[in-house]
Design a protein around this ligand. Structure first.
Ligand code: NAG
Ligand code: NAG
Length: 410
């Protein structure tokens, strides 16, 4: 009974939050960010975590005042919220997502690394603790190698050793005063797992029409599926959306796939928060045959460039107003970095793989087939709220072979 009570409390709580938290605004800048990344690396894979960026920016925002604060508030899409209202939302958000669950593992950790002897306002520290449950670690940034090592170890610890070398000694010197770090870790098993013995080598056709051999997973099962049109009358205008839930069905991976002959780049400009919502509400549970590559993507992003492009600029210049954080008027943000990693395999996302080379027999096609043998767009999102945990695309999945989880390991 106690368990039941707790459960309904959580549900009520999250329902209340959903009504107000501007998830769609996070989706808005996530899509903008995706488009910036797309413009800088045309043939590259993309991966980032909107959730992690929202939390790191939230911590930074706590220290800002005046026009610097206004700019962050506006650029992060919080215009519909009164000043400061975003913080309780971000807190609920973290609590809700990382609530103890049997179904998936979601860990969120925040920390302030601060130069010994540098004074920050007590109120800032209290708010950091209150809204972000942040640890405070005192360090000596002039010992840049030791500090980088210390911070990297902290990140590794909270990401199950998946993310290494977030920072480098070059990021710090004698004028560094503090670093705010967020780490997010997710591990979910597919509700319906792929059988390793059904995985086999398959060709994947890149947008430049070259082919690579990749390990392709296969299963036939019930998934959320829909076909959509880009509005053109051409045959290539139809694309597929497949939603594969993780255990518990609270979080899912959504895959968007154009026709084989149509480059992903023709589909990408369509992606908008409203369209993502439409996909989510239109896909129907049905039998589908799925061919999905095992893949890993790792990406490091210079978040400073991207944030500036989204309109967060003042915090990066000497005029930054971080007086809520400290009386030091010279304080400004010199760097912003983001790194992410995902491994998708038969069991789910982020898990060791065991795979075979046994051929599958293709049955007569009774159900829609989703054959992900060319570039695709994907999201990992919380289904009920639409919160985007990760967003990315895969242009060439063969990078997984350099990661160690390949056939040789068997
Ligand atoms: C920072 O913003 C606060 C609140 O608007 C303002 O009172 C203060 O003068 C500003 N400080 C600087 C250095 O711009
Ligand atoms: C490592 O992470 C665990 C939780 O995952 C935490 O309890 C522990 O304090 C962390 N250790 C360090 C050194 O941060």
């Amino acid at each position: 009974m106690a368990f039941l009570g707790l459960f309904s409390l959580l549900v009520l709580h999250s329902l209340a939050t959903e009504a107000m938290f501007p998830d769609e605004t996070i989706s808005e800048w996530s899509v903008n960010m995706y488009n910036r990344l797309r413009a800088t690396g045309e043939e590259e894979n993309i991966l980032f975590s909107p959730l992690s960026i929202a939390l790191a920016m939230g911590m930074m925002e706590l220290g800002a005042q005046g026009s610097t604060l206004k700019e962050i508030h506006h650029s992060m899409g919080y215009d519909s919220l009164k000043n400061g209202e975003e913080f309780p939302f971000l807190k609920d958000f973290s609590n809700m997502i990382s609530a103890e669950e049997n179904h998936y593992v979601m860990k969120i950790a925040n920390s302030l690394f601060i130069q010994n002897g540098f004074h920050v306002h007590d109120e800032f520290l209290q708010l950091l603790k209150k809204y972000f449950n942040a640890e405070v670690n005192h360090v000596d940034f002039s010992q840049n190698v030791a500090v980088a090592n210390y911070i990297n170890k902290w990140v590794e610890n909270y990401t199950n050793n998946l993310l290494k070398e977030l920072v480098s000694p070059r990021d710090f010197d004698t004028v560094t005063h503090l670093a705010l770090i967020n780490a997010v870790y997710f591990k979910g098993n597919w509700k319906s797992q792929f059988r390793p013995e059904n995985t086999r080598t398959f060709s994947f056709t890149k947008d430049d029409e070259t082919e690579v051999q990749i390990p392709m997973m296969y299963q036939q099962g019930e998934f959320y599926y829909g076909e959509f049109s880009d509005g053109s009358n051409e045959a290539g205008g139809i694309y597929q959306v497949l939603e594969i839930p993780y255990e518990g069905e609270e979080i899912s991976m959504m895959l968007v796939l154009s026709r084989q002959e149509v480059p992903l780049a023709t589909l990408e400009p369509l992606v908008k928060p409203q369209l993502i919502e439409e996909w989510a509400s239109s896909v129907k549970k049905q039998k589908v045959e799925v061919y999905l590559p095992r893949f890993t993507v790792e990406q490091e992003i210079d978040l400073k460039d991207i944030l500036k492009a989204l309109g967060v600029t003042e915090i990066f210049i000497k005029d930054a107003n971080l007086t809520a954080l400290s009386d030091n008027r010279e304080l400004f943000l010199s760097k912003a970095i983001h790194k992410s990693f995902i491994e998708v395999n038969e069991e789910g996302s982020e898990a060791a793989a065991a795979s075979g080379m046994i051929a599958i027999s293709r049955m007569a096609v009774l159900y829609p087939q989703v054959i992900v043998d060319h570039p695709f767009f994907f999201l990992i999102r919380k289904r009920r709220t639409g919160t985007i945990l990760f967003m990315g695309r895969v242009m060439h999945p063969e990078t997984m072979n350099s990661n160690g989880h390949d056939f040789e390991e068997l």
